[in-house]
Design a protein around this ligand. Sequence first.
Ligand SMILES: Nc1ncnc2c1ncn2[C@@H]1O[C@H](COP(=O)(O)OP(=O)(O)OP(=O)(O)O)[C@@H](O)[C@H]1O
Length: 628
Amino acid sequence: MQKGNISVQTENIFPIIKKFLYSDQEIFLRELVSNAVDATSKLKTLNRKGEFKGDIGEDTIDIMIDKEAKTLTIRDRGIGMTKEEVEKYLNQVALSSAQDFVDKYQEDASIIGHFGLGFYSAFMVADKVEVNTLSWKDGAEPVRWICEGDPSYEIGEGDRDFRGTDIILHVSDDSVQYLEDSEIEGLLNKYARFLPIPIRFGTKTETTYEESDVAVIEGEEKPEPVKVEKEVDNIINNPEPLWKKNPADLTDDDYKDFYRELYPMGQPPMFWIHLNIDFPFNLTGILYFPKVSGGLELQRNKIQLYSNQVYVTDDVKEIVPEFLTLLHGVIDSPDIPLNVSRSYLQADTNVKKITGYITKKVAEKLNSLFKDNREDYEAKWADLGVFVKYGMISEEKFYDRAKKFVLLENTDNRKFTIEEYKERIAENQTDKHDKVIGIYTADEDRQHTLVAGAIERGYDVLKLEHAIDAPFIQSLEQKEGMTFVRVDSATPDQLVQKDEEKELLLNEEEQTTVKDLFTTVVGEKGNVELKPLDTTDAPVQIVRNEFMRRMKEMQQLQGMDTSMFPDMYNVVVNANNPIVKDQILNNEDEAARTENATHLYQLALLSQQLLSGAELKAFVDRSVKMMK
Ligand SMILES: Nc1ncnc2c1ncn2[C@@H]1O[C@H](COP(=O)(O)OP(=O)(O)OP(=O)(O)O)[C@@H](O)[C@H]1O
């Protein structure tokens, strides 16, 4: 064997590779397996071009563990290397890429996990790396290269008798987990699952049931099928993943099956988009729309990013707009720079274009679903709505596209686009300032009394019941010139403010008496207002200021302290309801007067499910007493 020194300035490189990459050690396998894939693909290209005329034969890449020898081997049947190539590629090219990494790492430690450290990442887990290779070239001699994790290496004659390369890692004592089958299989499943060349990890037992060959006797039952166990190659990957295929050749079932392959536990997706673009950047992939009616947080980190079928990460925050991280699926692009820091990625123009492209595709898909089959789109709205609204509040460009297909649903479960809805309510729900007022409930069941009150007045009531709806209507208010009020934000006649002033049927003295009495009854909990409502409107009603309530909700949504917004409400006493006159003003008995006022107030609380505890008991007791 001939001896050599890799390079002088590499003194530091091995300790740095070992020490600093500790947290992301496992990428060594991705790097070495991708090199093996590259070497095999290159051979196929040479063959296609007619430069390599021999027989390619088996192209499978083997990953092998030898527990006794404490080695992990990556074997390919690719182009191999001549002695000159080993010296050039491993001692110079690979080393300079490792050197490059170390330099960049010292500037910005966040590049880890997004940098292909390449061949030298082997030294994260191995004390000694042996390369056994035979080039495809005519007359090439086998070569063996050994390096023990310091700048010196040996190169000499090898004993390999078939084309390709073995990378043999002598696994170090602190990395013995990489000698475990389960660990390696796990890593291969993560990084190599869709590589384009078959990856074999030993064998596995396959069980099938075959028809018994015992002759069937007439009149007797067919013999049971026979269980047959066979040792077969354990091929880790699907070398032709769906996203690489032509959408025209695929059926819905193909997409659903692939989804199950990616997320075996997931519910079936609602629909999907097949991405396929080659200019101005290269990108393929499939994005699935899951059902997102529940929380927003649970579903993230489901999009997997690949670069030429090599798994890179499932953290795609910088590549797809935030709201799209709710989607599932795969994006594959060799044009996304993976070997740079995240901040650089955000500024990268290709990445920006990719983000824009994906957003546009998603909007187009939704638009065509809406246009082509509105009924089906409406049926999916419960699962789609959160996603669309989230997109609208977080991406200006998406808002502009989505405002044509975002739906508003009313209490009759009818759904309208923004334009349709505005038209529907314009006549009845335009206020004195010419604003179109959307009336909504956040809880149809709880607010039933108020919803019914509004509907009785001829108003339409929307259901806006999800946490996302508060910021969503805020953006509709800013951009569509509408105003939204919740059913409990005013008495029904004041939800849409008109100019007509009603006459108050009580004189000033009577007004003061009623107001004072209710102020005493309500105490600190609310402000009492006296209003001339319809004689048939409830005698007492509870309302909450829309603006204050929403401020509080938004702050809660952001996890902020909301103690400075007390849970105050207004108690509106309908001065024109005859009960107020008959049971309070005209009642001689002072105790009965207070009791009646309390009862009316508690009735109002009860109708909004705000009555509980001792107050509720007192109310029930009093009601029973009244019946006697
Ligand atoms: N299994 C292999 N068969 C043939 N050549 C190989 C093999 N592994 C590595 N090489 C050669 O060594 C070179 C350096 O490999 P290394 O992995 O360090 O960098 P790279 O693959 O060029 O880039 P990257 O940093 O993205 O991995 C390769 O470009 C290739 O020419």
